[in-house]
Design a protein. Structure first.
Length: 262
């Protein structure tokens, strides 16, 4: 069964969620923009972002396709992106599971950190690919915890609890490792897949991002069998220690192009 809107664990109504998403954009937008440039974004293109969050990537796309192109920012809860609407940037509500996306309606379709939250996620990749016009591109970015799960940094207890909670919640933190294959299986051509991982120390933006994530989800986490407040506070203490370094999980991008039929 596909996840309903009400089942999404990071609801925009949660206290602190907008700030967490803004910080996520600060950390991941540079990688996302590089992948969109690799896809060939240019003036005149019509672009779609699913799961746009605060709309920062959609706003960047709107600038790149100006003056004759447009960007459409969509989300289950588009309120955080609505202040950016105007000019050639449109903001809409879209449920990518249940709403139709017209075939061959965009030159560029992108989404970041969306699919891993949705059971049945693999079936959504062909849906997104079908919305790409001939010669256009699909750019998807999703997390991959394979390398992070192997790190020897004192976070092992947290990682075991986090991944167990995620699995019980229907979240797949390993989809990034198969994202290239999923895109290639749609029939898109010249598919490329690349992952990016970084190191961070306590007190850094990445540490603040993870602290914000656990704070936003604290009630859900401690209501499960996997977390308690003591584990969360011990984890926070490590992430606030500026002398302690660890790695981020990878984020993997897959880029594929719709055949032109020539």
């Amino acid at each position: 069964m596909l996840r309903r809107v009400a089942d999404y664990v990071l609801d925009h109504a949660l206290a602190g969620e907008q700030g967490r998403l803004e910080l996520m954009g600060r950390l991941l937008d540079p990688f996302h923009r590089r992948m969109l440039q690799r896809a060939g974004i240019r003036p005149g293109w019509r672009c779609l972002e699913v799961g746009c969050g605060t709309g920062s990537v959609s706003a960047w796309m709107a600038e790149r396709v100006w003056p004759t192109g447009e960007a459409v920012a969509t989300d289950l809860e588009p309120g955080f992106a609505e202040p950016r609407a105007g000019g050639n940037l449109e903001v809409q509500r879209l449920d990518i599971v249940n709403d139709e996306i017209p075939p061959e309606s965009y030159d560029l379709v992108t989404g970041r950190a969306v699919l891993h939250h949705i059971p049945g996620r693999d079936a959504l990749v062909p849906k997104l690919a079908s919305a790409v016009r001939p010669g256009g591109a699909l750019v998807l970015i999703e997390p991959d915890w394979v390398a992070r799960d192997l790190a020897d940094d004192g976070d092992e207890e947290f990682r075991r609890a986090w991944l167990a909670w995620a699995e019980a919640s229907g979240i797949d933190y390993f989809i990034g490792s198969r994202l290239g294959r999923l895109v290639a299986d749609t029939g898109l051509e010249d598919v490329e897949s690349v992952g990016e991982v970084g190191m961070f120390n306590g007190g850094s933006p990445w540490a603040h991002y993870w602290i914000a994530t656990l704070e936003v989800l604290r009630a859900q986490l401690t209501a499960s069998v996997h977390f308690d407040d003591d584990l969360i506070e011990r984890t926070f203490a490590r992430w606030r220690d500026t002398s302690r370094w660890t790695m981020t999980n990878a984020y993997t991008a897959a880029v594929g192009w719709q055949p032109t039929g020539d």
